[in-house]
Design a protein around this ligand. Structure first.
Ligand code: GLU
Length: 470
């Protein structure tokens, strides 16, 4: 007999953006499926019509696309499976695992209140009646008939968990308008999609008990569960707006790259020795449910940035360039030229090694991309004194005299050092005004690197801008 393929799924409710916790859940499901050569499916749980929106669905799809977590097959929309859910509820009525409850809403509330007062779960008096007792007309909900006994699951993270069935309410399966509830829909859909492993937040742990009862009532195999502790803020408190960025798109906008964020999220609440940096294939190979940590994980933004920086450094120049482009453009609303793009590309090795995010990278690259003439900050007046300008003018001549083949770090450094010696001044007397003239005070590396990356033509042009402006 062949072993059943592994099928996982991510099943978000479309009520907001792709939350960082949801992104991690999706990632774990994705990695687990990849590791086992299985499938990762996506289901949008849009049965709560009042809270589900098209925008939220789109935001989740966009977020997953940006995270580069492709799902297998079509997106499943839970609302489109209503008939299968209703059929399952009716099958459970027929087999005696569910019943119609004709109590009015007020009577249900009253009986529930009594049950709560007596410290027991709700049971409707209709549970003891059979189909032949149902009236010909009248509103009803369909309730699950919670059986006697207890329910145990062996969760892949939380271990063995047992609930006493008497503590579970006879939950509603179909509402009075005939619409199915989440607890039923999720079981029917997971079964119909062939889901073998459910990896999700541990806020759903108790639902696993109820859902197990429904699987059994339907005579279906119960999938494996793995309930992952939630993500907390750096202060150890439940994640909230106060902790800053919560949605995947906020990280995108902050200049995180998907590979970096994935690596960070994979490590968040999952441990694997001391290894911190994983390539995609290493991640899919290493990931396992047994490494999921039982306690809540804390966001650590410094670590997130550090890991992201490592992935920027590991990235292909052209790929990082393409990802950085929107940041470079946003930084230069007055124009971002093809020339500056070429300069950035040439400088990629050092830019990548100095940047934790694409935003950092754009900042580090700013000196290369600023359109001329570069506006000078207020402090430039002091640095570009008449004396300094006179020296820059002389320096311009020396630089101009350099052959194109000499236009790289070492000869340039030699030229600058030599120039300082000839003028009998410290290097700073030349370096500081030169840097200001060429960068307008933007962050920049060693001067010889600045000159190399700008190239002869741009360097001389920027010097001229400053010398002719005064
Ligand atoms: N739709 C549920 C949620 O977004 C998840 C359900 C599940 O994973 O079983 O919280």
């Amino acid at each position: 007999m062949t072993r059943p393929a592994i099928v996982t799924r991510f099943a978000p409710s479309p009520t907001g953006f792709l939350h960082i916790g949801g992104a991690r859940t999706a990632l774990f499901n994705y990695l687990f499926a990849k590791k086992h050569g299985g499938q990762f499916k996506l289901r949008i749980e849009d049965t709560d019509k009042a809270r589900s929106t098209q925008e939220a669905t789109q935001a989740i799809l966009d977020g997953l696309e940006w995270m580069e977590l492709p799902h297998d097959g079509d997106v499943v929309y839970q609302s489109q499976n209503a008939q299968a859910h209703i059929d399952a509820a009716n099958a459970m009525i027929a087999s005696g695992h569910a019943y119609r409850c004709y109590l009015s809403a007020e009577d249900q509330d009253a009986l529930k209140a009594v049950a709560r007062e007596e410290g027991r779960a709700f049971r409707s008096p209709w549970r003891e009646l059979g189909q032949s007792d149902y009236p010909a007309t009248g509103d009803f909900v369909v309730r699950f008939k919670v059986p006697e006994g207890q329910t145990t699951i062996t969760d892949n993270v939380q271990g063995e968990i047992t609930w006493q069935n008497k503590d579970f309410d006879d939950l509603i399966l179909l509402r009075a308008d005939g619409s199915p509830v989440y607890m039923l829909a999720v079981v029917v859909d997971d079964h119909d999609m062939g889901v073998t492993h459910i990896i999700r937040g541990d806020d759903h742990l108790i639902n696993a008990g109820r859902q197990t009862l429904i699987y059994r009532a339907l005579g279906r195999d119960v999938p494996q569960f793995a309930h992952v502790p939630l993500i907390h803020g750096p202060d150890g408190k439940k994640l909230s707006k106060r902790h800053g960025a919560l949605g995947a798109e906020a990280y995108r906008d902050d200049g995180y790259i998907p590979a970096g964020l994935r690596n960070y999220l994979m490590k968040l609440g999952w441990s694997h020795g001391d290894q911190e940096i994983f390539t995609d294939s290493e991640a899919a190979e290493a990931f396992d449910l047994s490494g999921i940590v039982k306690s809540a994980a804390r966001l650590d933004f410094e670590k997130m940035a550090h890991i992201n920086g490592q992935h920027i450094q590991m990235g292909e120049d052209a790929d990082i360039m393409a990802r950085a482009r929107p940041f470079l453009i946003a930084q230069n609303p007055d124009g971002y030229s093809a020339d500056s793009q070429t300069r950035v590309m040439t400088a990629m090795p050092e830019l990548k090694s100095r940047s934790k995010t694409l935003k950092d990278l754009a900042e580090q690259a700013f000196y290369l991309t600023r359109p001329r003439p570069i506006p000078m900050p207020a402090k430039a007046a002091r640095i570009l004194s008449q004396e300094a300008l006179n020296r820059l003018s002389d320096l311009q001549i020396s630089l101009e005299a350099l052959e194109d083949t000499q236009w790289h770090s070492e000869p340039l450094q030699a030229c600058l050092t030599d120039f300082a010696a000839r003028h009998d001044v410290g290097f700073g007397k030349i370096g500081q005004p030169l840097r200001m003239a060429l960068t307008g005070g933007a962050p920049s590396p060693d001067l010889s690197v600045v000159l190399t990356r700008l190239g002869k033509e741009e360097t001389l042009a920027r010097l001229s801008d400053v010398l002719t402006a005064t």
